[in-house]
Design a binder for this molecule. Sequence first.
Ligand code: SAH
Ligand code: SF4
Length: 372
Amino acid sequence: MNHVNLLDFDARELLAWCQEHGEKAFRARQLLRWIHQQGASDFAVMTDLAKSFRATLGATAVVAAPSVIADQVSSDGTRKWLLDVGGNDAIESVFIPETTRGTLCISTQAGCAVNCRFCSTGKQGFSRNLSLFEIIGQLWWANRLLGDVSEGEDKGARRISNVVLMGMGEPLLNYEASVKAMQLMLDDNAYGLSRRRVTLSTSGVVPMMDRLGHDCAVALAVSLHAPNDALRDELVPLNRKYPLRELLAACMRYLEHAPRDFITFEYVMLDGINDSDVHAKELVELVKDVPCKINLIPFNPFPNAGLKRSPAERIRAFGRRLQDAGIVTTTRKTRGDDIDAACGQLAGEVQDRTRLVERGMKKMVPIQEIRA
Ligand code: SAH
Ligand code: SF4
């Protein structure tokens, strides 16, 4: 008999499943807490559930996340996991610790069909959408493997305070599973994060941005990268379908639902391509009516990218121009680049695994060890 994977259920589906097995609603809530708050996968530890229910669970269900194939730690504390999702695909998630928060960056697809010119995930092509258990499984694993804060004021707190859907894939092209995963992140009986602490990043799938505003209005980051359609068509091919005017109008509509009163625009700094003073001026003009912050991302190189990162001084000058025009602008610190964990470097193909060692992987932990 096939066991059902309870990690692949959202709260409503778990409730329905429990009711089908003759259990009351509060049992479903208990089970949800065991799975997502405690990170439990063994029904035997769930001692507040009736023995008979635990026996049913043991006979018919499992809590199974994708297996962790590699666990790497960067010199700056950034940690990256490679998860096997079968069929020669692997995905990556990255934990970025900072003084006041801990951010987990998760993937939503194996590969990506949008094929942005500067992105190594895009270069791999699209393999498939991840299922709910594969998306939420990244948070489930990270919470388990990181453990709680062990000392100080925050003792006992979770290390992950924020989640960003900014890893591999375009979350709005895997809409249903991404939304279900985010709803679990927001559920008080699961991860209990506020809508401001969950950020979805999109390359601009306009109709899905509207749906997201209605279904699950989390913080929104939009990958802009160019101040005009001609350049954006080249860098983000999806722009040919949803050009800038439509994208910015969708941002305005989203703001009616958003938990924050601004949209974050991401702008990757590519030497000689989109980083001139003229581009900065055009960008100011483009976004002048949209409440926004701009996040400049120094391009992170990968093999055969054929592109270069803008020099630090150029990034500073570009940022100053935006700031002088009154736009709050930040420059993303590149973290974890010694383990290829920086934005746009996530590759994760299984075929690529052997190269991890060459690329200077610090630590490869066998799965048995991780589980222990
Ligand atoms: N598909 C979504 C989310 C994943 S990409 C999106 O495009 O928004 C997350 C962010 O990383 C995007 O802003 C993307 O443009 C950026 N990125 C991709 N490749 C990069 C690279 N090589 N260097 C720096 N940032 C990159
Ligand atoms: Fe896909 Fe985002 Fe990479 Fe573009 S930047 S190819 S949308 S993952």
